[in-house]
Design a protein around this ligand. Sequence first.
Ligand code: ADP
Length: 218
Amino acid sequence: MKKEFVVIGLGRFGGSIVRSLADQGMEVMAIDMDEDKVNEFSSTASHAVVADSTDESVLKSLGIRNFDHVIVAIGDNIQSSILTTIMLKEIGVKKITVKAQNDYHEKVLRKIGANQVVHPERDMGRRIAHNIVSNNVLDYLELSDEHSIVELVANEKLSGNSLIDLDIRAKYGINIVAIKRDRDIIVSPQAEEEIQEGDILIVIGADTDINRFEKKIL
Ligand code: ADP
């Protein structure tokens, strides 16, 4: 069944969510109090509406309660973001994702019942920092404060070794969940699989363990 979304705030972040959802064939209602922003999305979104989301009667009249998922992508105005989230919660919206501006904002959003809080600038900063520090790290996804999934490029030190030879799970406590090789992807590789230079290893584990492994192969 087609899911129906609402995106409130059509800045760079909210706008890119509207475009991606529309590309995936989803129904999206796009809301912003700035008419120019709304006009920009009139042909992309299923409905584009000029409205102030801190006005409860507006939220109710738009029938926001009936949508599957609401994304609050209000940028700098933390007060509006918090107020909007509280009202969405009170109206009974089942799933609310909110973009946080800083850690304090995030804490408040969690307290008032946002189901998902995203921190795009901070997360992208961390990913890029990992990539800058280690040339081997292509991408990095934080699973929790202490665990991540990392894409590492295998260098000549690893080349020719099988997963058994490297004994990565026992030595480092991390798991290689997949290997990307040219256009192929080997999911859940067998212990006998031999790593080749240039393979991209998708590794999951505790950050401290992944760091130890990264240092070892540098
Ligand atoms: P980004 O950092 O993602 O580019 P911006 O701060 O540029 O974010 O954009 C946030 C958008 O949210 C703006 O287009 C602004 O008009 C809209 N916005 C802010 N407050 C409200 C509100 N109360 N109701 C509806 N839209 C709002």
